[in-house]
Each structure stands twice: as C-alpha cells, then as structure tokens.
Design a protein around this ligand. Sequence first.
Ligand code: MCU
Length: 411
Amino acid sequence: AVGAQAVPAEAVAPAGVTSLSADTSLSAAGVTGQAGTADEFDGADCVVGPGAPGTDARLPDPFTRNDGTRITAKADWECRRAEIKKHAEDTIYGAKPAAPQSVTGTVSRTGITVNVSDQGRSTSFSASVDLPSGSGPFPAVVVLGGFGADTATIKNSGAAVISFDPYVAGAEGTGRSTKRGAFYDLYGSSSSTGLLVAWGWGVSRIIDVIERSDGSILRTDSFGVTGCSRFGKGAFVTGAFDQRIDLTMPVESGTAGAPILRGVATESGAQPLSSGYGEQPWLGDAFGSHVNNPAGLPVDTHSVIGMIAPRGLFLMENPSVDWLGARSGSVAALAGREIYTALGVTSNISYVSDVADGTHCANRAEWRAPMQASIQKFLLGTGNAPGVFRVAPSKSGNLADWRTWTTPQLS
Ligand code: MCU
C-alpha cells in the first residue's frame, strides 16, 4: 500500500540476546528520561532467586532482594526489577510470554497492522494512527480504549495517537477458562494470564512493528501509553511490562491499577479486591488466592511502579469517586517515588489528584501542563521532567503508615 512499509518477516531475538542496541534501562539515557532503544524487558541474564510470600500488611521493602540482601547500587535495580516482575506475574497479573517467534506488519499514516505467530499459532490485529501537525517522524502514544485520554494534548505536544482497542487482545465478559482475543489465540483460552497483561502484550507487538519499520512516519524509539479507568489499569501494566515505553500515563485506574492492593482492601468505599478480581479477568488467575490475603503478596503496586522506574510516569487520579481508591493511589505513588529517588530521578514521576471536576474520566485542565511537559521530556527529549506531585487533601495517604523500610543511598 502507498505509504505503508512492510516489516521484514524475521524472528524476534529473545530479550537480552539482540545486539541491536545497548541496554539503556539504567544508562545515562534511561535515567535522564530520553527516548531511546531498549529491550522489551531487560534482566534476561539476571538470576531470579526463589521468592517468599509476603508477611506484612504494610508494603514490602522494594530494595531487598529475594535472598534477603539489600541492593546498594543503581545498577542493581535491573536484576531486582527482574525479581519484582516474576513476583508480579506469579501472584498478581499472570505471565507475559517471551517475545513471539514472528511479528510482521505495516505502518501507514492512518493505521498499523500486526501479524503474530508463536509456536505454530497465528493471529492478527490492527490499530489506528492519528498524526499531529508537522512533518515527523513522530513519537507515538498508544491510547487504550476510546475514552478519557486527552488526545488533543497528546497531539498538541507533538506526538501521534495510536488508538488501540484492548478488547481485540483480550476480551471482557468471559470466564477465566474461556478467555478470548489475540493473546489467547496464541496462548490458549485457559491461559492463567489476565487481560491487563494481554492488553500490554498487544501494545508490545504494535511496538515491534513500529520498531522494525523504516521510521519515516513514526519514530522507532519513542513510545508512550495512556488510558482511563479499566484502561488506566491497562496502561499501568503495559508500561510496567515493556521497557521500550518511555512514558506511562494511567488515568483513574483504581483497584487492579496503580493503587496499592493492600490499601484498597481497607480504604473506605474503594473497589474491593474481590471485585477487582471478579468483575472481569483483568488480573491473573493466581490473584484469586490473594483476594482475602493481600499481606501475603510478595510485592505491591509500589514495586510495579519500580518496574517502570526510571522511565517517565505520570499518574492521574480522581479523589471525588471513592470507588477509585485515590488514597491508596497516593500511597503507591509516594512509595514508588522512593524508588525513583533512590535511582536519582525523583522528577521522572509525577502525580496529580487535586482536580476540581469529579466526573470519572473527565478531560481535566490540571493534567494538561504536566502531560505536555512529560511528552516533551520523555518522548521528544526537550525541556525538563515535570516532577509535579499534587495530592488531593481529601485522599492523601501517609507513607509512614505503610512502610518500615528506609530508602537507600544507591551508588
Ligand atoms: C476504574 O475502572 C473500572 C472499575 O474498576 C470498575 O469497577 C467499573 O465497573 O468500571 C471502571 C471503568 O472502567 O469505568 C469506565
């Protein structure tokens, strides 16, 4: 097709094996938040020790390894993050499989097609593209779902919008053993992996196609993700599980999104864990045994924020709807910010919940400037990380109530 580029039908090298690019996850480029090449997830050569269940109603120490030692250097985060990822997969979300054997597709000015095969099974899906003004190539923000994301601000900031319907990757309304969508076409309808990882997997395959395109329309190295409500949960998990995403912007994600799971379990009016697990198969099947025992989780969402660190993160929450658990969201952000601080990039995380309009998924003026600054810094490489942290007084959690650990000075 005119304007479309075929992507070579080559197999994807396993993460950590490709020599295409240096690992920038904790390099200078990664720490300063510049867009750049990275693997889907680094840490393939880390030894992930056997983990133990959690034992505390407060947040586990993200800096203590599975073997009980504490990390001492920023460079240690890569392998600690790999341990956190394994725990998060095993107990909260379900596993995200290694990169599939083949991903091909096309990028045009209006759309992206994706064909994926793995272990003898194949599937395809597509997403639409809406370019900003200017000549490009442009960075792109993947918008999950059709509402609640400020696409005007994304485009005005100089990024393309990729609209992706997450339900093509993982449908809602199924049972846990009858899951449907492109992810489950490949990995089976009774896969124990929940929808949020399935949605993120879809975004990762879109990135595969862009990464291997000629880069004339969309940049091959600069990606963001956003979405509101259930798609805010999806944006959060998508960013955590793909380090090629330079900027993650979850909106009003609620239970199963950014708010600490230990917190929503007790926060007045917040969506209970049983509902977050049961309303849709968003979380992995394994979370079923933690619905009534969040203290037994070896990690919590502050550590999932640590999977995103040091990359750009802008969390947006709504204090007016109790169901959304914004107090637990503030604790996740405060605790997660300690990881950013330890890595020397405190301003790479922003959080804004002191918003006037209480309507769920409203387009809010308070979020525009930090969103624009985040896109400029993390996707275009201009200006400074916003480092905005504004918590609604009505839903302000106290980190000291939730931790016994201190934040290390990492070398
Ligand atoms: C906050 O996201 C969800 C919430 O978890 C659900 O309980 C509710 O039914 O839907 C919200 C949502 O996605 O709203 C658009």
